[in-house]
Design a protein around this ligand. Structure first.
Ligand code: ADP
Ligand code: MG
Length: 361
């Protein structure tokens, strides 16, 4: 129901690369919850502002339900928006804040207040209607901002880092709540965030942005298990994916990734086209897909423990090549029961078929 077609945004006077958004294509279905995720400055807010109608694309088309809305005013777009700062009106009561978008639409006061009350019940803030924003906690202010965005029954809800001002614990509660409300109301929702955990937890699909372009647009598990490029692979995951420089070679009829520190035989079902042989690749493996193994295991690699960090839920172990040939440190995760200390010599192995290969272009 929302289509972005080849959207470009250039800010006047922007000196560097020029384009805040650079040829963005995106389709969002009715009722879907989509996150725009990426590092600071990648164009998330700019994209959201164009959806809201607060900014005009330099070129490209924005369609709602198949209709071009490039020139439709924000107030005529049937959207609700929550900004990072909440931007509540400090001099207005919670009631008047929530009723504000309705009053703007010339809905009579009595009716606007009734609808404000209904919306406040959904967000469980109906006991706060007479207060001023300054008399509310951060979490309550956040709910008022949500209620204000939802009071006019928008078709589309736009959220720009709505949880960035909340402490870690409250964030989790609010996150669940936003998702619940969104499901109940069925409102198409786009959230902008730089927090990958938040995006993956809450969304049906996530668009990973970098440099104003979409790198990958897919459901969370797909992004995590099948990143299409190095950017997505290294951006998603905490601790991040290990990436080791290597080369593909054919050896004794086997396909092997040869690195400075180890050789890894590709399993039969992951064999590549012959044309790939001789190419440089990055070999990627996530920390939780590496296990400490016995000295007799197949495809084991001898390593030396450099550092062990206690994460509470387990241990993050950093290992290095004892011969010093491999210049990359490798991170792996173990359970708390693993008895392991820095200086230990260990064997590690990569869990079956969990590796990723990326072309070096
Ligand atoms: P994000 O929300 O992902 O952090 P933004 O959409 O805010 O990124 O910004 C994208 C790029 O556009 C950045 O390089 C930023 O500096 C630039 N930019 C954002 N707003 C303006 C503006 N009003 N004028 C000029 N450049 C801007
Ligand atoms: Mg932003």
């Amino acid at each position: 129901m929302i289509t972005l077609r080849n959207i470009v945004k250039e800010y006047d006077g922007k000196q560097d690369s020029g384009r805040a958004v650079d040829g963005l294509n995106l389709e969002i279905n009715k009722g879907e919850f989509v996150a725009l995720l990426g590092p600071s400055g990648c164009g998330k807010t700019t994209t959201l502002m164009m959806l809201a109608g607060l900014l005009k694309p330099t070129s490209g088309e924005i369609l709602f339900n198949g209709k071009l809305v490039n020139h439709v005013e924000p107030k005529d777009r049937n959207i609700g928006m929550v900004f990072q700062s909440y931007a509540l009106y400090p001099h207005l009561s919670v009631r008047d804040n929530i009723a504000f978008p309705l009053r703007e639409r010339k809905i009579p006061k009595q009716e606007a207040y009734e609808r404000a009350k209904e919306t406040s019940k959904i967000l469980q803030i109906d006991h706060l209607l007479d207060r001023k924003p300054s008399q509310l906690s951060g979490g309550q202010q956040q709910r008022v901002a949500m209620a204000r965005a939802l009071s006019k029954n928008p078709e589309i809800l736009l959220l720009d880092e709505p949880m960035s001002n909340l402490d870690a614990r409250l964030k989790l509660d609010v996150r669940d709540e936003i998702r619940k409300i969104q499901r109940n109301l069925g409102v198409t929702t786009i959230i902008v965030t730089h927090d990958q955990e938040e995006a993956l937890a809450i969304s049906d699909r996530v668009a990973i942005l970098n440099g104003g372009q979409i790198q990958q647009y897919a459901p969370p598990h797909e992004l995590f298990n099948h990143p299409v490029n190095l950017f997505v692979a290294s951006f998603l995951g905490n601790p991040p994916m290990n990436l080791v420089q290597g080369e593909l070679r054919e050896m004794n009829g086997n396909q092997v990734v040869v690195t400075e520190g180890f050789e890894y035989l590709l399993p039969a079902d992951r064999r590549l086209d012959k044309a790939h042989m001789g190419k440089s690749v990055k070999f990627g493996i996530r920390p939780h897909d590496i296990a400490i193994c016995s000295p007799t295991d197949h495809q084991r690699i001898k390593m030396k423990v450099d550092l062990v960090e206690h994460l509470g839920s387990g241990k993050l172990v950093k290992v290095i090549d004892p011969l010093g040939k491999l210049d990359t440190m490798i991170r792996l995760l173990t359970g708390n029961e693993a008895e392991i200390e820095s200086g230990d010599e260990v064997y590690i192995k990569f869990k079956e078929n969990k590796f990723h290969l990326f072309d070096m272009n």
